[in-house]
Write a protein that binds this ligand. Structure first.
Ligand code: RRO
Length: 310
């Protein structure tokens, strides 16, 4: 079976990559994903200035997934622009993703002016869904804010652009975010980020320190929400917007299901954190075995073809 895929006009030799935030903090981590079986990498979400993030402990893995309140620790936009350019020079045929976000309204103009002035030639993933910056809401739960930001950003930056979304839980909200996103020339949507503000308790103590123990939930806990968000957004977004499906991938079967819901690419975060970059070879083998058993030769043989009982 053949696992190639495209996002916008960009070609990838596999359909599995990291989800932003895991194994992508610096050159060394990105290099490990780059040399793995992954299709490509996305960087840690970059802000204009470097950030230390929230106090530790700020991430915990559990049997069923993970909780984190990292608080956007990152080395700053200039660092990631520089590093992605180095990978691009070494590997001109391989497209890379740069994740970024603002922490105040006037950041977005500055960030995209900077990217537009750089020689960045990959895809930008604008993170509108970080749940963990103290005092800041998840942007994409405010539909007017999304419209404002995308109006500004698409006026400045004309390269391939996507957005990272939080999970939605109500069909009215799916329609509202799709109506906003469909107004813009977006290349892709990545859904879902972690399920915000969950709580994990170990013995009698919260597993992480920031925000009174609250943090974004990832891993197996959130797979049904990821599947539903990919499925419904595929039905509501205009067809030229590709979808990266992220959330709850532990096995090749999970990758298969996200593609069945319409994903063009699949992101892996919590399980990558638990297993390291060798996860990509395992997931690739498991997905290939499922496709071979079913007689599927390429992803388009089953992408978006979920059946629902009558
Ligand atoms: O750094 C984080 O706390 C973080 C971010 Br920016 C995000 O988008 N999602 C997440 O679960 N954690």
């Amino acid at each position: 079976a053949e696992l190639t895929t495209t996002i916008g006009g960009f070609h990838f030799n596999n359909t599995i990559m990291n989800g932003a935030g895991v194994w992508c903090y610096d050159r060394k981590e990105l290099s490990a994903v780059d040399t793995s079986a992954a299709a490509t990498f996305v960087t840690k979400t970059a802000t204009l200035a470097p950030r230390a993030g929230n106090p530790k402990p700020r991430m915990a893995a559990t049997d069923l997934g993970s909780i984190n309140s990292m608080g956007l620790p990152n080395k700053g936009l200039d660092y990631y622009l520089q590093v992605v350019e180095e990978f691009h020079q070494a590997n001109p045929e391989k497209p890379y993703f740069l994740s970024t976000t603002g922490t105040s309204p006037d950041d977005f103009g500055k960030i995209f002016t900077k990217i537009a002035a750089s020689n960045f030639s990959g895809l930008v993933e604008l993170n509108l869904s970080c749940p963990n910056v103290v005092g800041k809401p998840q942007i994409a739960y405010d539909f007017a804010a999304v419209e404002r930001i995308l109006t500004q950003v698409t006026g400045i930056y004309h390269g391939p652009l996507g957005v990272k979304l939080p999970p939605y839980f109500d069909l009215v909200h799916f329609q509202q975010i799709a109506d906003v996103l469909n107004q813009f020339p977006l290349t892709f949507v990545n859904t879902i980020n972690s399920v915000g503000n969950g709580l994990v308790i170990q013995d009698e103590t919260a597993a992480i320190a920031p925000k009174g123990g609250l943090g974004g939930i990832g891993g197996g806990y959130i797979k049904p929400m990821a599947l539903a968000n990919v499925r419904v957004l595929r039905q509501l977004l205009k067809p030229e917007i590709n979808i990266i499906g992220t959330g709850g991938v532990e096995t090749g079967r999970d990758v298969f299901e996200l593609i069945l819901c319409g994903a063009d690419m699949v992101g892996v975060a919590t399980q990558l954190g638990k297993e390291g970059p060798k996860v990509f070879a395992r997931l690739t083998e498991e997905l290939t075995a499922i496709m071979d058993a079913k007689g599927y030769k390429r992803l388009s043989d089953f992408r978006g073809k979920l059946q629902v009982p009558e």
